[in-house]
Design a protein around this ligand. Structure first.
Ligand SMILES: NC(=O)c1ccc[n+]([C@@H]2O[C@H](COP(=O)([O-])OP(=O)(O)OC[C@H]3O[C@@H](n4cnc5c(N)ncnc54)[C@H](OP(=O)(O)O)[C@@H]3O)[C@@H](O)[C@H]2O)c1
Length: 238
């Protein structure tokens, strides 16, 4: 089971996104040997001797199978791709956006991890899932996003039980707000993607299973320990 980034071979989904674009140079700086940068549109991704763009839509079984057949040397799978429609359960016109969040944020990492499981087991590797502190408590104005990430948290726990006996570590990051395209509509304090990447990789290299990223996430996690109903009410009040 890997803990150090040095010498690792990373496969990261949603590589065109804000956090991934900070994680990729941070992984390279810590000595990752190779980084497969997977995105549904790779036209904007710069390749290099270390970074190899790969086409992958996390909603496609075919893309996932092809990626796992190509990248047989992967030791660290980072399930980072995600979508947030910033919509409440009752405000959305129908359930289409909630369904898409479930498909990308929960079924996506399930699909990609299933495809890479044989590779990760053979290489005694690791999975790192990008969740959110809102996987642990619902923020109603983006309620369906939180529900999809709660499903991804449950997925993370189940995968850990399935894969740890086979030598694969399963970790998860729980960030608060980070300044990317996903949070462009929010006027609240946000971490920079670079600071978030540092904390995520520090936590991973420290051997943490649950990596709380930023003061907002750590504060909410502390509150959930002592007063979970209070935190639920606090977020419900906006
Ligand atoms: N920003 C935050 O405050 C925050 C906080 C906690 C957790 N997170 C999580 O961190 C992860 C990265 O988010 P971010 O902030 O970097 O957001 P972002 O900049 O919007 O990036 C999201 C990425 O996911 C990709 N994606 C969406 N649907 C996909 C699909 N079907 N197949 C493949 N890739 C797909 C996007 O690709 P396209 O470029 O093709 O759209 C984009 O690269 C997400 O899982 C998010 O939930 C973010």
């Amino acid at each position: 089971m890997i803990e150090s980034i040095k010498g690792s071979v990373v496969f990261i989904t949603g590589a065109s996104g804000g956090i991934a674009q900070a994680l990729i140079p941070a992984l390279a700086a810590r000595g990752a040997a190779k980084i497969y940068a997977a995105a549904r549109d790779i036209s904007s991704l710069a390749g290099s001797p270390t970074v190899m763009p790969v086409k992958l839509d996390v909603t496609s079984d075919d893309d996932a199978a092809k990626a796992a057949a190509l990248a047989t040397d992967v030791t660290l799978l980072i399930n980072n791709a995600g979508v947030n429609h910033n919509t409440g359960f009752m405000l959305a016109a129908d359930v289409a956006m909630a369904r898409e969040e479930i498909e990308i944020n929960y079924i996506g990492p399930l699909r990609v991890t299933r495809a890479f499981a044989p590779v990760l087991i053979r290489n005694k590797g690791a999975v790192l899932n990008l969740l959110t502190i809102l996987a642990r408590v619902n923020l109603p104005f983006m309620g369906s996003y939180c529900a999809s990430k709660a499903a991804a948290l449950s997925l993370t726990q189940g995968l850990r039980a399935d894969l740890a006996p086979k030598g694969v570590r399963v970790a998860a990051a729980f960030p608060g707000a980070i300044d990317t395209r996903m949070t462009a509509v929010l006027t609240i304090p946000k971490m920079t993607p670079a600071d978030a990447a540092t904390e995520i990789l520090d936590g991973f290299e420290a051997g943490e299973e649950d990596i709380y990223v930023g003061d907002m996430a750590r504060g909410l996690a502390e509150g959930l320990k002592h007063d979970p109903k209070g935190i639920e009410r606090q977020l419900a009040s906006g």
